[in-house]
Design a protein around this ligand. Sequence first.
Ligand code: BDR
Ligand code: CA
Length: 310
Amino acid sequence: MPTPVILDCDPGHDDVFAIWLAAGDPEIDLRAITTVGGNGKLAHTTYNARVVTDLAGIAGVPISAGADSPMVRLLAPAEWIHGDNALGGPELPQPAVAADPRTAVELIRDTLDEAGQPVTIVATGPLTNIGMFARIHPDRLPLIKEIVWMGGSTGRGNVTPYAEFNAWTDPEAAAMVLGTGLPFTMIGLNVTHQVLVTPGVMSRLGAIGNRTAAFGVELLNYFNSTYETDQGMPQAPLHDPVAVALVARPGLVSTVRTRLDIELRGTETAGATSVDLLGKLKRPPNASVATGVDIEGFWGLVEDAIRALA
Ligand code: BDR
Ligand code: CA
């Protein structure tokens, strides 16, 4: 049976591939998409989610807008990577799909209530919506099977020397979600930087020949160019779908049980993820943290999913 999933995201180029993988892979039953301010303002990330689901022929998956800003900090959209509208590159077609009138928290609540079994939350942006849900509906947390998050790093960051963008944007939310004690898996930059958009990846995507793939190639051309300018990486890492891949095929991503803490107060390190791989802090493990990915297996999964779309 496919795994029921709620995808909480901030599209964003790589979030788009997370949506497509979740919708196109037979092992995932995508029940809802919720959006958050992150890579772009909430209006953009929500609009973009509608555009890319409609374009890919994904029907019947409600999309709800959530938090427009982090819990206690100001939003600083990643325009330097994703452009002014969070989806720089291709011209965006007008989506026929409307947003669901419920808030993200309400859609998560209803989806959990109606599922009849625990649901996995895959989060590929700042954890604001999930933190809000935990605060408003603590009684419903047992309805969540696990949380798999693209964020953080076991090493250095990408938005400050030690903080990754999703963790840095809303570290208080990340700490709150970790504090729920729900099973939590972090897929950080140490792993997502292994899945690079190489010329080979681009030509295999281009060869798929459907409109989703063609749009994806346009997205990735833009993504590679901003990654080269901002990060010195002409082959961008396609972070977010790795979180979906772990749920779809757990064997593709290796993880370790360890201690994870989020830095909230550092003068230079706010949003850093402290991953105690050597157990130096003598604190009980509270998370699974990704340490490796089957690169070829990952790209094969992404290609197959896109091939299954429009
Ligand atoms: C993360 O930040 C965003 O720019 C990407 O969408 C990804 O979720 C990588 O640091
Ligand atoms: Ca993202």
